[in-house]
Design a protein around this ligand. Sequence first.
Ligand code: NI
Ligand code: MN
Length: 227
Amino acid sequence: MATLTFHGHSTFSLRTDEGLDVVIDPFFSDNPGFDGSLEDVAADFILLTHGHHDHVADAIPLAERTGATIIASYEIASYMEKRGLSTSPQHIGGGVEYPFGYVKMTPALHGGMVELPDAEAFTTVPAGFLIQLKGGKSVYHAGDTALLTDMQLLKGRVGVAILPIGDRYTMGPDDAVRAVDFIEPDIVVPCHYDTWPPIAQDGDAFASAVGTRARVELMAPGTSLEL
Ligand code: NI
Ligand code: MN
């Protein structure tokens, strides 16, 4: 049984049936929701949806310490490779089979600036990830994105949908409900809200708005969900 842990904001980790640790968007040190130590975070694979600070801030130190493979867009992976890190480049629409399952990069409509040392001058296409675990469960992390009609293509393929609801920079709650209509997941985990005042939202109101469309899990930072 895989375990999904929320670390606050948009940072999640999966412990898979194979005992592998998959970290999505490692933002720990500056994350108001994370009260542990980056030194204690385990990682075999690190998935990066895009280059914004609140998604990649701790990617390099985490990869350097753990030797984890960074799964990211070709541009970000190339940058990481030049820093001597292990990478697996992908791009939108493409998937790769890993020891824990199949990971496909999905479209996201958002900004692409890369906020890493000496990288501010280039941009890349932001993404989400559809993770089809070998154990049979599937997790979709939408990344930072607007509502996309493309999400309809995910219908019937997603067990757990991790969706931003913060508004301002990403979908707000109303569009996230429409995303649930498109995707029809079993479980919805809202994220990218309440981290800071500009993206404050009412999680309970979102859960009510989703209603019977799906089970909504309002994960508090530091809590886990058995999949
Ligand atoms: Ni962003
Ligand atoms: Mn963000």
